[in-house]
Design a protein. Structure first.
Length: 276
């Protein structure tokens, strides 16, 4: 069960995020990145955050803690920005909070070294949840206290926008050529061997229990929240054993950033034009 918190002060919008998340303070004296039910991306992106964030944390990947966060839109009354005011007005009630990592930096593949083992685990996980939002253009990775942290899973689980195709999607290839961690030689075999067996029915059920009923209740074609949870569990269970075989790490697109010099990364430099 995700912890319950309540927003007490809206601090500032995070303008770089497409869904206009905001930094808020809460009644537990914590600071959170709040993602709003009233944002254009809709509730399903919050469902994806809860499922993917919870699954990643249970698999031992670093994701900031997620909390249920209630909002009284009254806290936005003094907010001068009309876009923010409207978002807060449209988001009364239950929203999602993610522990804010103060002083974290956006991941820069040219300046931060990731081991093949860790890169493999992240790419394997992204294939499991079909996350296409971790490219080098928009890595959705933070570096905090010298470690890599995963954020922003709102665009994953794409099949939940078209449930009849969910089963077939388990067999589709996952193209990781542009993945932010592709240049680090992801060890996918090790990740599949370590993480695959952990994705059990119990683990999925525990993860899905964290999704608030009110975000699942009116999903068309389902009898109720537990039926929707079962569909997510089935789709993820089907994907876990095949993930490794479906991942392709082909040639990256031509405009990928060049490699950082070895003196910066501590990695041996490759001659330009050498195969990856
Ligand atoms: N837990 C966090 N701690 C510190 N900064 C964060 C955290 N979560 C998000 N951010 C910052 O806020 C930005 C926007 O967050 P996020 O990517 O989750 O939003 P989004 O609206 O889903 O974005 P996108 O435009 O990528 O879809 C991030 O790029 C990062 O700079
Ligand atoms: Mg983002």
């Amino acid at each position: 069960m995700l912890r319950e918190t309540s927003a007490t002060r809206y601090v500032t919008p995070l303008r770089e995020g497409g869904s206009l998340p905001g930094i808020v303070e809460a009644d537990d004296l914590g600071t959170y990145v709040m993602k709003f039910t009233g944002a254009g991306q809709g509730r399903k992106s919050l469902v994806a955050e809860v499922i993917c964030g919870g699954l990643a944390r249970r698999l031992g990947l670093r994701v900031p803690e997620l909390v249920r966060m209630t909002l009284d839109p009254v806290i936005g009354l003094a907010e001068p920005d009309q876009e923010v005011q409207e978002l807060l007005k449209a988001s009364g009630g239950l929203n999602l909070g993610m522990d804010f990592l103060p002083g974290s930096l956006g991941f820069d593949p040219l300046a931060f070294q990731v081991s093949a083992e860790e890169a493999g685990r992240v790419v394997w996980f992204d294939a499991l949840v079909n996350n296409v939002d971790r490219s080098w253009r928009n890595p959705n990775l933070l570096v905090w206290h010298g470690d890599l942290w995963l954020i922003d899973h709102g665009a994953a689980l794409i099949w939940h926008h078209n449930w009849p195709a969910a089963t077939a999607s388990a067999a589709r290839p996952y193209d990781a050529s542009d993945h932010a961690l592709a240049p680090f030689g992801p060890d996918l075999a090790a990740a599949a061997a370590d993480l695959g067996p952990l994705v059990t029915d119990d683990l999925l059920a525990e993860t899905l229990a964290d999704v608030p009923d009110e975000w699942l209740v009116d999903e068309p074609g389902f009898a109720g929240p537990d039926a929707v949870r079962a569909a997510y569990a089935e789709a993820l269970a089907a994907r876990a054993p095949t993930g490794h075989d479906r991942i392709t790490l082909g040639a990256p697109t031509a405009d990928r950033p060049s490699r950082a010099p070895g003196w910066l990364t501590g990695r041996p430099e490759r001659k330009s034009g050498a195969a990856r």
